[in-house]
Design a protein around this ligand. Structure first.
Ligand SMILES: [Fe+2]
Ligand SMILES: [Fe+2]
Length: 408
């Protein structure tokens, strides 16, 4: 294709790119990282400035993930803040996404501010106004599994052709629709994984009522945001970052599953624990690590590491320290110090303590968020890694949105 501009890929190149990225979706496990990666790739296939994924929840579509390259150029937190927004659309013909979900047909519009008067659907410009953006072209496709179940709807918006806004072509529509099939299967799989993890959490919750679904969702989301910032500050390569973040999302949820093995008399004791009882309580870290014992995958290895190390302290006064997890009885060793503590242990420590402080417990009210943040800052260098606390501070606007999304 000699007439093509040098930077424009040929159709062949686009197609092989499509196959490559479809395959890479198989490596992702966590729902949020799956959505992130799907949208990222869909935008690259169609040269789109932004996009949104809605997941079906009963007869509604829940806004579940969004990206926007233009808005993202401003503040590093913008994309995360927008993605944790929570709203739902009815599945009916009134909105564009609702229409696509209801009919199963893709919709390709050149300018949403000039939709033909006889179209059933309208564009709601409220969100544009809120975020200060001008949406033009939108391509919306259904996300259907091979069993033909609708898992959601994907939108890419504002096609860019040679640097200028344009419309999505027939080819774009074809490629995005093909990709949507792979994407739907990946989403379905990730939802199943998350459901299994949440079921494990529910088992732990039967034993320890503080270890709830919302608590672990918050801890995992905080940890993922802290890691995003920490990784940017520490020049973690993109590939490594994506892989770790995917594992972290799930592994962080499981930080306290070891509590299933702690007797009720200690776990549910209303008053202060005796020294012996506290020693038994501390064993949840080692027990948790044993649950993922024969690390069959990277994900198991990270889950074990987080379970084992989320109570270590930067100054070496945490537990279990240098310990042989196969010994009987288990004896805590001298605490790990500073960077001896694996980074994901240091991150989950901050996320878990912050969430405990800002949540209500049988023995205390929820702390005011500014007091909790102040405590975390003060404990940088003693309890917490100062670099992690700094990252936490920098993503704090997102932390607030997450608290809202996963409220008790
Ligand atoms: Fe714990
Ligand atoms: Fe916890």
């Amino acid at each position: 294709m000699a007439t093509n501009h040098i930077s424009v890929p040929t159709e062949e190149e686009r197609l092989s790119h499509l196959l490559e990225i479809s395959e890479s979706l198989n490596d992702v496990r966590d729902l949020d990282t799956v959505l992130e990666s799907i949208l990222h790739q869909a935008r690259s296939i169609a040269n789109a400035d932004g996009g949104t994924i809605y997941l079906r929840e009963g007869d509604q579509l829940a806004f579940s993930y969004t990206q926007n390259a233009t808005l993202d150029k401003g503040d590093h937190n913008t994309q995360s803040v927008n993605s944790y927004a929570a709203f739902k659309l009815a599945i009916n013909r009134k909105s564009i996404a609702g229409y696509v979900a209801a009919t199963g047909e893709p919709v390709n519009l050149e300018d949403v501010y000039n939709i033909p008067a006889d179209s059933p659907h309208t564009f709601d410009s409220k969100y544009d106004k809120e975020i200060g953006y001008r949406t033009r072209s939108i391509l919306t496709v259904p996300l259907r599994t091979t069993r033909n179940e609708l898992v959601g709807v994907m939108q890419v918006l504002n096609a860019v052709r040679d640097g200028v806004p344009g419309r999505f072509t027939e080819r774009d529509q074809l490629y995005i629709s093909l990709f949507a099939n792979t994407a739907a299967v990946a989403i379905d799989k990730a939802k199943m994984t998350r459901a299994i993890v949440l079921r494990m959490i529910r088992v732990a919750e039967l034993r320890d009522p503080t270890e709830t679904g919302p608590h672990v969702n918050r801890v995992a989301a905080y940890s993922s945001e802290i890691y995003r910032r920490w990784a940017a500050r520490n020049q973690v390569p993109e590939d490594e970052f994506r892989r770790n973040r995917d594992q972290l999302r799930i592994a962080a949820m499981l930080h306290d599953v070891g509590k299933v093995a702690i007797p009720d008399s200690i776990l549910k004791k209303p008053g202060k624990l005796t020294a012996e009882e506290y020693a038994v309580m501390q064993r949840h870290s080692v027990t948790g690590a044993c649950l993922f014992g024969d690390a069959g995958s990277d994900w198991d290895a990270m889950s074990a590491e987080i379970a084992l190390r989320h109570h270590e302290k930067w100054d070496g006064t945490g537990y279990p320290g240098r310990v042989d997890i196969d010994a009987e009885p288990i004896v805590n060793g001298p605490g790990l110090k500073g960077e001896e503590i694996p980074i994901f242990g240091r991150i989950v420590a901050v996320a878990d303590v912050y969430d405990a402080l800002t949540s209500r417990r049988a023995y205390k009210e929820a702390w005011d968020e500014d007091d909790a943040l102040e405590t975390i800052r003060q404990d940088a260098g003693t309890h917490f890694d100062p670099g992690v606390v700094r990252a936490f501070d920098e993503v704090y606007p997102v932390v607030k949105v997450i608290r809202n999304k996963f409220a008790d």
